[in-house]
Ligand binder design. Structure first.
Ligand code: KG4
Ligand code: ZN
Length: 355
């Protein structure tokens, strides 16, 4: 790693694990560019992300996004100290586009490459948040998006991340999208439900809170399940229709949103209390949800837990968080990855860097 600036490395990050093509550029802890191209619109008519469509979209978006990011950062590619890329977890075909591009850049520019974990990247986003001092470790991190719902204990960003629990079926965002669909709302469903819920009554219907009964908490204390909730909403709506009643869509949306927010925060705050960690970091697209944010603030304050929510542009999938995780690895003296690393759709969160 001759010539690499270890104090404040200039790192380009590439993120293609789902439907966002993210190219980020950071110098040390500073954000220089966070360029994102999303193929979300192309998935709308299918009601969810179609892996093959996402992969093709990455291929088209990558070079324009790279060009835009470099221009915005005001740098040239040969000034880079390293390339960082998401090697997993995520959609295989989508990941392969980013991994292939990163390897090509690394070879062509003769720069070291860091293959990193997407979920840990979400935690690294906190460092780029200029609204306050980043969290000290350890911290609990709750990551909620269309692709993941994970609760992590982060003792050290570059060397010690433990998966406390995750969803055993649908991701929280996926549940929002599926429930929106059954209510006849467009994709992505999260923002639609959030908007309707604002004028609904959240106590109108008591929907189930998955994996929160005492017997479930023994085995799945930090795990999530949203598929039973989705089915329960479907049954409730069908019953109203059978009875010839008009479906109170806003009340359903508000009650469903309340059930999701309640489960997410109950488990996250329990993780903080159980581990004696008074810090909670949120990440992922579902963090845009008004009730999730409100309940997080309420419950964290009541439990004496400091709460951090980075700006949404750093919460949703992006390349800047990947670049930052790469920069942190360099600053901590970690060696680069070799060029043999794969795109690993099921990369465990404990594997922060793939060698
Ligand atoms: O992190 P993200 O942009 O990336 C992917 O998972 O690809 O998250 C997208 C997810 C979608 O499922 C979307 O419905 C959900 O986040 N989402 C929301 C809200 N805004 C986006 N869910 C609930 N409430 C919202 N306001
Ligand atoms: Zn993500």
């Amino acid at each position: 790693m001759n010539g690499v600036d270890r104090a404040a490395p200039l790192v380009l990050g590439i993120e293609t694990s789902c439907d966002e093509t993210g190219i980020g550029i950071v110098r040390g802890r500073s954000l220089l560019s966070n360029t994102i191209a999303s193929s979300m619109d192309e998935h709308a008519r299918y009601g969810g992300v179609v892996p093959e469509v996402a992969a093709r979209a990455h291929l088209e978006a990558l070079v324009p996004a790279l060009t835009a990011a470099v221009a915005e950062a005001g740098i040239t590619l040969d000034e880079l100290d390293a390339i960082a890329v998401t090697s997993g977890p995520g959609l295989s075909g989508a990941l392969m586009v980013g991994v292939g591009a990163a390897k090509a850049l690394s070879v062509a520019l003769d720069k070291p490459i860091y293959a990193v974990n997407h979920l840990v990247g979400h935690v690294g986003a906190d460092i780029l948040d200029e609204s306050g001092t980043p969290f000290e470790y350890p911290t609990i991190a709750l990551l909620v998006s269309g692709g993941h719902t994970s609760l992590l204990l982060v003792r050290d960003l570059v060397s010690d991340v433990e998966l406390l629990g995750e969803t055993i079926d649908d991701a929280a965002g996926e549940a929002f999208d599926k429930v929106a669909r059954l209510l006849g709302l467009p994709y992505p469903g999260g923002p639609e439900i959030d908007r309707l819920a604002a004028v609904g009554n959240q106590t109108a219907i008591r929907f189930p809170r998955g994996l929160t009964h005492p017997k479930d908490m023994a085995k799945h204390r930090y795990d999530f399940s949203f598929s039973g909730l989705k089915t329960s909403v479907a049954r409730w709506v069908e019953k109203q229709q059978d009875l010839g009643n008009e479906v109170p869509v806003a009340d359903v949306a508000a009650s469903f949103r309340e059930a999701v927010a309640d489960v997410l925060l109950t488990k996250a705050i329990a993780a903080c209390a159980d581990h004696g960690v008074p810090r909670l970091l949120l990440g992922g697209g579902v963090v845009a949800n008004a009730r999730v944010r409100e309940l997080a603030a309420e419950r964290a304050a009541a439990a004496g837990v400091a709460l951090r929510i980075p700006p949404l542009s750093l919460c949703t999938d992006n390349g800047a968080m990947i670049a930052e995780l790469g920069a942190q690895l360099i600053m901590a003296g970690h060696a680069p990855s070799t060029l043999d690393f794969p795109a690993d759709s099921t990369l465990p969160v404990t594997e922060i860097q793939v060698h």
